[in-house]
Write a protein that binds this ligand. Structure first.
Ligand SMILES: [Zn+2]
Length: 219
């Protein structure tokens, strides 16, 4: 069960996972963890992410990059989503905490994000799907391309639902839809649609029976 105490310890759990615990709070956190399986799980879940981040040595990056433009916005929208939806709160809270841990280790993290988004242009736009089934977390990163829009799709939780094929679509503001490809299950997928990013008004996913599964406006 998540209590007010858990909320008080949230930042410290993220800091501890990132290897930067506050020595003055360490004992108190240890005591809370001893009695709280929920927070133990949270720490266990964050620790591998934080460890992976620490493997990146910022000094070895020839040209240390700045955090990508969309990072702040995606953190904010993750947090907003937590407040909006109780049903999906747990997953989004973990995402927000992970983002906090990530932001805490700024230099290393900037390196990691830059490595993973190096191919993106300056206009890359991150959209979280506000409309998704319970337990499904998904987002897309849209980038301008000569042929239209390049779409990096991240899905987690759909594989639990069915083994169906899903379609990803982009729509213009007049409602015309352009297919961006098909996929199955979860993962990080690269797709493309022949619609200029500036004309895209909606990004959405349908299932085998053409029901809308994920849906988000593009602004
Ligand atoms: Zn707790």
């Amino acid at each position: 069960m998540v209590t007010d105490a858990c909320r008080d310890w949230r930042n410290e759990i993220a800091a501890t996972a990132a290897g930067r615990p506050d020595p003055l709070r360490a004992q108190g956190l240890a005591a809370h963890l001893e009695g709280c399986p929920h927070c133990r799980d949270e720490l266990a879940e964050l620790a591998p992410v934080a460890r992976a981040l620490q493997l990146v040595d910022p000094d070895r990056l020839a040209d240390p990059p700045a955090p990508p433009e969309g990072l702040g916005r995606s953190v904010v929208s993750a947090i907003r989503e937590v407040r909006r939806s109780d049903a999906r709160a747990a997953r989004w809270r973990r995402a927000a905490i992970a983002a906090t841990a990530v932001a805490g280790a700024a230099a290393m993290v900037a390196g990691v994000l830059a490595l993973s988004t190096r191919t993106d242009g300056p206009d890359a736009q991150i959209v979280a799907f506000a409309s998704a089934p319970d337990g499904v977390v998904a987002s897309v990163e849209l980038s301008e391309a000569a042929w239209g829009t390049q779409i990096a799709l991240d899905v987690d939780g759909l594989a639990d639902e069915t083994d169906d094929v899903y379609w990803l679509w982009l729509s213009a503001s007049d409602g015309d839809r352009v297919a961006a490809g098909t996929f199955r299950g979860d993962g990080h997928m690269q797709m493309s649609a022949a619609l200029p990013l500036e004309d895209a008004a909606r990004v959405w996913v349908t299932d085998a029976s053409d029901e809308v599964v994920l849906d988000a406006p593009v602004d």
